[in-house]
Ligand binder design. Structure first.
Ligand code: HEC
Ligand code: HEC
Ligand code: HEC
Length: 272
């Protein structure tokens, strides 16, 4: 028995140097919140991938009866899933699914390996085209629903608009420092500190664990902002110390963007 041969990575695929993300089709909506909390489509994916592995496991145990039961379950779920999203029906190939079931039923290991790979390729093609987009669209929160109270203009605004103001305060501070206009630099510097503090208030709209907020905007962040506040309030501006502490703050912009901005941008584009 060729035990490990059956462990082939049937679902492996590559993006081939290019990735296109398309908005998920209308009919998928029914299987995700807010329309449904049951994640029916995703559950079928788990059922199919578990069944795929169960067939392999049972064949390796030479339990062909169980292997056949799981193969039947896989094919049944595959057919059901095709009905759920009519826009995607061309991704499914029932003849490949039936060939796989026949191979398992006839206890033909070579045929199982061949047909499993062929069936697996139909899964992989749809994943390549759609999985990332669906994950971002349905599993990532909407940053547009996050509003921020700007502490300078006392106005509530979208996070994106607030970010622009935060970045402009930072730029203005640096511009006036480089021009030697220190009074103006101090004024914008204070605004920047206040806005950077307000950024922290957005975190708790999604995160309930203190440790998650602390991971990016923790003690060091607070200390750097406090140091900047003191520097901007001082009579004489110590530009070197300002630069040192600014760096501690701006590194968090990148950390946070790496985690949140990229999916937020993709989601925004998909939603259009
Ligand atoms: C929550 C973590 C977080 C932190 C911390 C953060 N940002 Fe952002 N930033 C985002 C997200 C999310 C967006 C995308 C918002 C959108 O497009 O709706 C964004 C967008 C931006 C934008 C682009 C605005 C646009 O859409 O044109 C700029 C500029 C920006 N941030 C600057 C900064 C600077 C400068 C800092 C640090 C002082 C910073 N950000 C800190 C999350 C963060
Ligand atoms: C018509 C498109 C399509 C086909 C065909 C398809 N899938 Fe998927 N699959 C998806 C999408 C979309 C997701 C992402 C769903 C999500 O994250 O909510 C996914 C996700 C998955 C996942 C990851 C689940 C997770 O929790 O992240 C597994 C495993 C999976 N599919 C297995 C399979 C198997 C096995 C087959 C073939 C027998 C298959 N899929 C066929 C579209 C498809
Ligand atoms: C609109 C919702 C939203 C906002 C606002 C938000 N996050 Fe997140 N954050 C997420 C999601 C979604 C993830 C991915 C992990 C997950 O699903 O829990 C994540 C992941 C993270 C992670 C890495 C994984 C983890 O859970 O430890 C950190 C750290 C983090 N966020 C910190 C922050 C900080 C700090 C802020 C505020 C400056 C912030 N987040 C604002 C939604 C948000």
């Amino acid at each position: 028995m060729r035990k490990f041969l059956l462990g082939l990575a049937v679902l492996s695929f590559s993006f081939g140097g290019e990735i296109t993300l398309k908005k998920p089709p209308e009919s998928l909506k029914k299987y995700y919140p807010p329309a449904s909390e049951k994640f029916e489509f995703l559950n079928n994916m788990h059922t199919m991938s578990t069944a795929f592995y169960a067939v392999q496991l049972n064949i390796n145990d030479e339990n062909w009866e169980k292997a056949k039961e799981w193969a039947q379950k896989l094919v049944k779920t595959y057919r059901e899933t095709a009905e759920m999203v009519p826009e995607w029906k061309d991704y499914f190939d029932f003849s490949k699914a039936d060939a796989y079931l026949n191979a398992v039923s006839s206890k033909n290991v070579d045929a199982v390996i061949k047909t499993a790979r062929e069936l697996g390729q139909t899964c992989a093609k749809c994943h390549r085209d759609n999985e990332v987009a669906v994950k971002i669209y349905y599993h990532f929160p909407d940053f547009h629903s996050v509003k921020v109270e700007d502490p300078i203009e006392f106005m509530e605004m979208d996070l994106g608009d607030f970010m622009k103001k935060l970045a402009n305060s930072l730029k203005a501070t640096n511009i006036y420092i480089s021009q030697g206009e220190y009074e103006k630099a101090k004024e914008h510097g204070i605004n920047f500190v206040e806005r950077a503090r307000a950024v922290k208030e957005t975190c708790t709209k999604c995160h309930t664990k203190e440790a998650e907020v602390e991971a990016i905007t923790g003690k060091e962040y607070d200390q750097a902002l406090k140091a900047l506040e003191n520097l901007f309030n001082a009579e004489k501006l110590d530009t070197q110390k300002v630069a040192q502490n600014m760096k501690k703050v701006t590194v968090t912009c990148y950390t946070c963007h790496n985690v949140h901005l990229i999916p937020a941008k993709i989601k925004e584009a998909l939603a259009k």
